[in-house]
Design a protein around this ligand. Structure first.
Ligand code: ARG
Length: 404
């Protein structure tokens, strides 16, 4: 192993790793830190830390726009919620991080990529599957899977090597991951399923009981499935996602307590803070329902679920996902219009809808006496044929029953 590209977050694991790789493998380390809009992160501090720990260089890549456009937008078009509650922010970030790692490794002459994922999670699958797809020539190491240090030993290692530990031993013992589409906490006291989450888990979203007593409405405008404006103000995507997150945070929106089936077999409990996703995914789905036919609407759920499953499982380059994206794009050509969401003490629900493509049209359907396309006198014939097989089956199955 000559030179290692380390995916570096600045946290305890990857900081210990930066030193450990140099000592254990005698390898040079280039650090790569990817900005996906982690709230409150100071990337200059992260870079300084990497250099102090002996990195040859630390590349910081601002990938927020790419992330929003190429990963979050497809997720919105697919109403992506894994297991009915997880908007996939981590799962969406990993293939992009892995792609940037491949590019950085090639540019800086590294033959190996190192990441800080454990052997128990999904993230190792997502990163390694992507690297192996894009750059089969690169080696991959995952020191957490081999070094057999627990949290205490890591802190001890950090002390011995002068690695600063944020919050010291007092910091809440959660495993955190975040970006502009959401934040997750796992581990420690969260693993006790019999206990409600402690307050110290939540760092973004106001507790619903402390949220303002007045509801706030926000009008979300979409063009072909892509959110483009909030309350009539056009915003670039990153700003729009940030603004939606702020609104959700203020109103206690987007707290999810989720039991999840990991791809590697384990079940895990995650506590999510997903304020932007809670607003935008709901609004998108509402608009889609308004413009889609009954057939499109019934069918799309199934494909949405499958989209989420493939992305959750880290198969970003699986051809089926490309096929599904083509379908999503096609359906979303009609998803233009505005949904007004009412935010109030933890809830976000649609209260007003408008779209030039709505299939809801009182005149067209001829409600009232006006006639139009809808004819009430056609209903009896429809009911007769619609229920024909069901009535026949009922009769056949109950043949002779009432007489005996
Ligand atoms: N359970 C989520 C997922 O598998 C979140 C994982 C968060 N990652 C982390 N390293 N804490 O996508």
């Amino acid at each position: 192993m000559g030179r290692v590209l380390l995916l570096y977050s600045g946290g305890l694991d990857t900081s210990v790793m930066l030193k450990w790789i140099q000592d254990e493998y005698g390898a040079e380390v280039v650090a790569l830190t990817v900005d996906l809009g982690q709230p409150g992160e100071d990337f200059e501090v992260v870079e300084g830390k990497a250099l102090r720990l002996g990195a040859l260089e630390c590349r910081v890549v601002d990938a927020r726009e790419d992330f929003a456009r190429d990963y979050v937008v497809p997720a919105i078009k697919a109403n992506a919620l894994y297991g009915g509650g997880y908007p996939l922010f981590t799962a969406l970030g990993r293939p992009l991080i892995a792609k940037l790692a491949v590019e950085a490794a090639r540019a800086s002459g590294c033959d190996t990529i190192a990441h800080g994922c454990t052997g128990k999670g999904n993230d190792q699958v997502r990163i390694e599957a992507t690297v192996a797809t894009l750059a089969p020539e690169l080696k991959i190491i995952a020191p957490v899977r081999e070094w057999r240090m627990g949290r205490e030993e890591e802190i001890e290692y950090a002390r011995r090597h002068g690695i600063p530990v944020k919050g010291g031993t007092e910091a809440p013992p959660y495993s955190i991951d975040d970006n502009l589409w959401g934040r997750s906490s796992e581990g420690g006291p969260i693993e006790d399923l019999s206990a409600p989450p402690r307050d110290d888990v939540f760092e973004l979203v106001t507790r619903p009981q402390d949220a303002p007593a007045e509801p706030q409405d926000v009008a979300v405008e979409f063009e072909q499935g892509v959110p483009v404006a909030l309350d009539g103000e056009r915003l670039d995507l990153v700003s729009l996602l940030e603004r939606a997150a702020e609104l959700g945070c203020r109103h206690g929106v987007g707290i999810v307590d989720h039991i999840e089936d990991r791809i590697v077999g384990l079940k895990v409990r995650d506590l999510y803070e997903v304020p932007a996703a809670a607003i935008l995914l709901t609004a998108h789905q509402e608009l889609e329902k308004l413009v889609g036919t009954i057939h499109q609407n019934n069918f799309k759920h199934t494909l949405d679920r499958h989209w989420a499953y493939l992305v959750y499982g880290g198969l970003w380059h699986e051809p089926l996902l490309g096929d599904l994206n083509a379908f999503m794009d096609s359906v979303n050509e009609q998803v233009t219009g505005t949904i007004t969401m009412r935010l109030y003490k933890g809830s976000a629900r649609a209260v007003a809808r408008s779209s030039p493509n709505a299939l809801y049209d009182a005149d067209l359907a001829g409600f009232g006496e006006s006639g139009g396309l809808f004819s009430q006198s056609a209903s009896p014939g429809f009911i007769e044929l619609w229920s024909l097989q069901s009535r026949m089956a009922y009769a056949v199955r109950n043949r002779g029953k009432e007489t005996s």
